[in-house]
Design a protein around this ligand. Structure first.
Ligand SMILES: [Zn+2]
Length: 619
């Protein structure tokens, strides 16, 4: 019952204590996957998904009031599945079955009238909302769409227990997201995990994020690294983007990509942008930006964008994100000040071209690093959108540290919904992910408190899987702005690696200790040796007490490796010790990093094993 303790009483219609144990006596057994039934055939028959013959004994459990009656929705799902026109329910069922199977061995029978778990699409719910209730003695997970159903399956899975046997969730209630864009930005480059993962791994990870409530993922075609469309790397890069797009949209999530005025390396010199002033050194000047006020430059930008949209036409595109700085910008007179002048004209034109291909394309205008230094960009944007905001759907804002004050104090330009862009990958760790997990829940809670109630979601910047825990925390902020990082972490630890009531306080103390060490290290202060040692001890004790399936989960493994590496580098013999080398090598394996590479930037994302080689420098 402890899993439900964080819920307000009115949202949790719980069964009496012990229900889960009495009614889910699905014991461990050797059969496993070989006994898996033909799920599709089964769904055709019943329109519901069943689990375990042992459920027959559960008829006396108290039934929650059903309210809706036995009407259309169940039949509707049955029909859809039978006609195979909506494979969504089968997909959600497959995700559920797979996640349970990797935790406990469960027999999934082919047919049974007890219907202990049922998945349904109920169009009366808001599209992305879910409900967990009881109907016909079954636990029913309903979603307003495939996406809502997967979010609901996520809640069901996270509030179930896997302590030797499967204890199905006792959480009951309905939940709808507050944030409309619960995004992630996968920076798929430098041969990081997003770049290297197989399609199967990538799809599985997207499913995992959808279970946590994510509904949009951004992946970019990396023109910045390519000479042009003829570059031998262009087609593989495009295929990667297309694979992501198909997988993202196949889960009912929105696929987002980005464009700006930085395109190919091989762009003609005559159309290049003027270099930006960057007095604070935080805007960046990456790549080879083009001046859109130059007619030939403008034509070049539009032509390449058209070609990109054409290549995405069959896989689909939902969101176009415009980006002003780092990759982008022009300092010439007709473009200045970039953020409220040249940038707006180009972003508007690119949106209009995009909507020729994707009429419902949403446009997100980033204001990243606006007015650093102050040059009237925010004010200029407000004036421009007061005249015409037809081409913008969201304003995105953020900075390296605290949230920009303008949209909070003055208001969001155009009165549009606001998104954020929390950096969950790079802060306080170099190489990124190089020492394992980077849990920073305190930091993200503090940053969230600055914008809670004022943003409608966002796109956290992600360099890999090592910040998975931060992703879960932020995705749940977007779902429910008042849910604390700590509440999410309790659910995360129980579901991802089986930290139960006896171990959860150790887990939370471990994260606090790790965040303390990372923060001191970021501030260039000496770390607290005792804290580093305590984290290591807590990790060792958790490693000994977690269930075997939990220890096997890479999410636990990268936390444990972080504890080992923090000890070795801060208070031990350094990164050359056998323990450190073993940990680094294991991280390299988990990230699919390359021990020898020709990628001049791979060292940014590769754990710093001494013998790893970068042939083009930058070890
Ligand atoms: Zn210009």
């Amino acid at each position: 019952m402890w899993q439900a303790a964080d819920l307000p009483a009115d949202r949790c219609l719980a069964f009496p204590p012990g229900f889960a144990h009495h009614c889910a006596m699905i014991s461990r057994e050797g059969g496993g996957a070989a006994e898996a039934p033909n799920r599709r055939a089964f769904l055709k028959v019943t329109g519901a998904a069943l689990l375990g013959a042992e459920w027959a004994g559960c008829a006396s459990r108290p039934a929650a009031s059903e309210g809706q009656g036995a009407d259309t929705s169940r039949l509707e799902v049955g029909r859809r599945v039978a006609g195979d026109s909506d494979p969504g329910v089968a997909r959600a069922w497959s995700i559920l079955q797979d996640r349970v199977n990797e935790r406990v061995s469960v027999r999934w029978p082919e047919g049974h009238k007890g219907a202990p778990i049922r998945l349904e699409v109920d169009r009366r719910l808001p599209a992305e909302a879910y409900r967990l209730d009881t109907a016909d003695q079954a636990i029913r997970v309903s979603g307003g769409s495939l996406q809502g159903l997967i979010h609901g399956v996520g809640k069901f899975l996270r509030t179930s227990s896997y302590d030797g046997t499967f204890g199905p969730s006792v959480w009951r209630g309905e939940s709808a997201p507050r944030g409309s864009v619960r995004g992630m930005y996968f920076a798929s480059h430098f041969h990081n995990w997003y770049h290297q993962a197989s399609e199967a791994e990538m799809v599985r990870y997207l499913e995992d994020l959808a279970l946590w409530g994510v509904n949009a993922v951004m992946v970019i075609f990396p023109m910045i690294n390519l000479q042009g469309w003829d570059d031998p790397e262009a087609e593989p890069a495009m295929e990667m983007v297309r694979r992501y797009a198909r997988a993202i949209r196949g889960l009912g999530m929105q696929f987002a990509t980005g464009l700006n005025n930085t395109m190919f390396i091989g762009a003609p010199a005559a159309i290049r942008a003027g270099r930006l002033p960057d007095p604070t050194g935080r805007r960046g000047n990456s790549g080879h930006p083009i001046c859109p006020s130059n007619p030939e430059g403008h034509a070049y930008l539009i032509a390449n964008s058209r070609r990109l949209f054409e290549r995405l036409a069959d896989v689909g595109l939902d969101i176009l994100v415009h980006w002003p700085y780092d990759e982008g910008g022009c300092s010439c007179e007709p473009c200045r000040p970039w953020g409220s002048n040249g940038y707006l004209r180009l972003s508007r034109d690119l949106t209009r071209v995009g909507r020729e291909y994707f009429p419902r394309l949403k446009s997100v205008l980033s204001t990243w690093m606006f007015d650093t230094p102050p040059e009237g960009e925010w004010t200029g944007l407000t004036e421009s959108l007061a005249r015409d905001r037809s081409w913008v759907d969201y304003i995105l804002a953020d900075s390296h540290e605290d949230f920009p004050r303008y949209p909070l104090d003055v208001g969001v330009p155009g009165g549009l919904p606001l998104l954020n862009f929390p950096e969950i990958s790079m802060w306080g760790n170099w190489p990124w992910g190089g020492y394992g997990a980077n849990p920073l829940p305190g930091r993200y809670q503090r940053l969230w408190n600055q914008v809670r109630g004022q943003v409608s979601g966002g796109f956290p910047y992600s360099e890999g899987i090592y910040e998975d825990l931060n992703k879960a925390v932020v995705a749940q902020f977007y779902w429910d702005p008042n849910r604390s990082a700590r509440e999410t972490l309790v659910e995360y630890a129980a579901y991802e690696f089986g930290a139960g009531p006896r171990t959860i306080s150790d887990f939370l103390a471990l994260l606090d200790a790790m965040e303390d060490t990372a923060s001191r290290s970021y501030r260039k202060e000496p770390v607290d040796r005792e804290t580093v040692q305590r984290a290591h001890g807590l990790a060792e004790s958790l490693q000994a007490s977690l269930p075997e399936w939990g220890r096997r989960n890479w999410r636990w493994e990268i936390l444990n490796l972080r504890a080992i590496l923090d000890r070795e580098r801060h208070i031990g013999g350094g990164l050359g010790t056998p323990a450190a080398e073993e940990a680094l090598l294991r991280l390299i394996e988990l990230y699919h990093a390359e021990l020898e590479t020709d990628d001049p930037y791979h060292h940014r994302v590769r754990p710093p094993l001494k013998r790893a080689v970068s042939r083009k420098g930058n070890r």
